[in-house]
Design a protein around this ligand. Sequence first.
Ligand SMILES: Nc1ncnc2c1ncn2[C@@H]1O[C@H](COP(=O)(O)OP(=O)(O)OP(=O)(O)O)[C@@H](O)[C@H]1O
Ligand SMILES: [Mg+2]
Length: 361
Amino acid sequence: MADLSLKDVAKAYGEVKILSGINLEIKSGELIVFVGPSGCGKSTLLRMIAGLERISGGDLTIDGQRMNDVPPALRGIAMVFQSYALYPHMTVRDNMAFALKIAKKSPQNIEKAVENAARILQLTPYLDRLPKALSGGQRQRVAIGRAIVRDPKVFLFDEPLSNLDAALRVATRIEIAQLKEAMPDRTMIYVTHDQVEAMTLASRIVVLAGGGIAQVGTPLDLYDRPETEFVAQFIGSPAMNLLPGTVVKTGAQTTVELAGGGIARSHVPTRPADLGLAVNIGVRPEDFHPTDGAGIFSGTVAIVEALGEVSLLYFTPEKGAPAMIAKLPGTHADLRHRQVTLGADPAKVHLFHAGRSLLYR
Ligand SMILES: Nc1ncnc2c1ncn2[C@@H]1O[C@H](COP(=O)(O)OP(=O)(O)OP(=O)(O)O)[C@@H](O)[C@H]1O
Ligand SMILES: [Mg+2]
């Protein structure tokens, strides 16, 4: 059991501010995922929670106890890194037991903890092997095992799967989901670049950008109701399309005349004063469908990528217009070089003004 609270947490290296105003309440048993562009401070924030990096301002509390000055070993936290760094001359069993031996636990307790972690991670058959005789995925599981044996209240993961190939990533991702289910009261914080990992593992996602938190919410909150264009384009792959236009009809449903000539209807409500407002409409590639009608966008398909279950249509950008992408079910190789008009359900058309969603006013 561990509730974490970050109040106005900040980090600076000398004059250089990396993070500021980080406010976050994490409930016991949550799996929080940090995402954000490279260099935005995800690892730094994780390392401050672990105690590996000094907190420059604000307070970190775990279960109500201020942790800023508590040494890492006394915080009840275990961290798993991208590079698993096992001791090469020690067996899996000894690698997992090492921290407990240092902590002078009894041999019976160590044995029990290692057997238990090996069972959870399906490593029992490998306990007497050396790391060099394991696959990358198995090695990363040993690294996770080293964290589990310490029975921490909080697990921190910094891109633990990024050294694995695509198939292993998927398999190990599912193991992490199962691990979480086997330990429902443990709090986990997980950093990743991988959209699918973030969407599938997180109870809530924290998007970090520009030195602060851009938005916090469940994966579907962020997908369906992004607060800003940045979050809209960061969550989801390929990114949401943005098209500039002007509000020509306000009300419970809004009509936008697009700079490219199309018309878009959106279920985002607007006020009479919004008439003439310059907006960007946002449509996810998967929310576009070809239409014979007027449509939102019309253009020439430059490239079709057939992925099997879906096809990605890349449109030729026209007169400084943004590059558009549509994701259609099935195969559509025949659409290459063809003129295609796209429409979207008004419930799936987002509206942004000055970078912010009109849903949040
Ligand atoms: N010891 C340090 N001194 C000065 N700046 C640092 C130090 N460590 C990290 N930084 C800077 O802090 C910023 C955040 O780094 P951090 O490693 O937290 O990013 P990240 O979000 O984890 O990125 P990535 O996705 O690439 O892992 C970066 O701009 C980095 O250059
Ligand atoms: Mg990092």
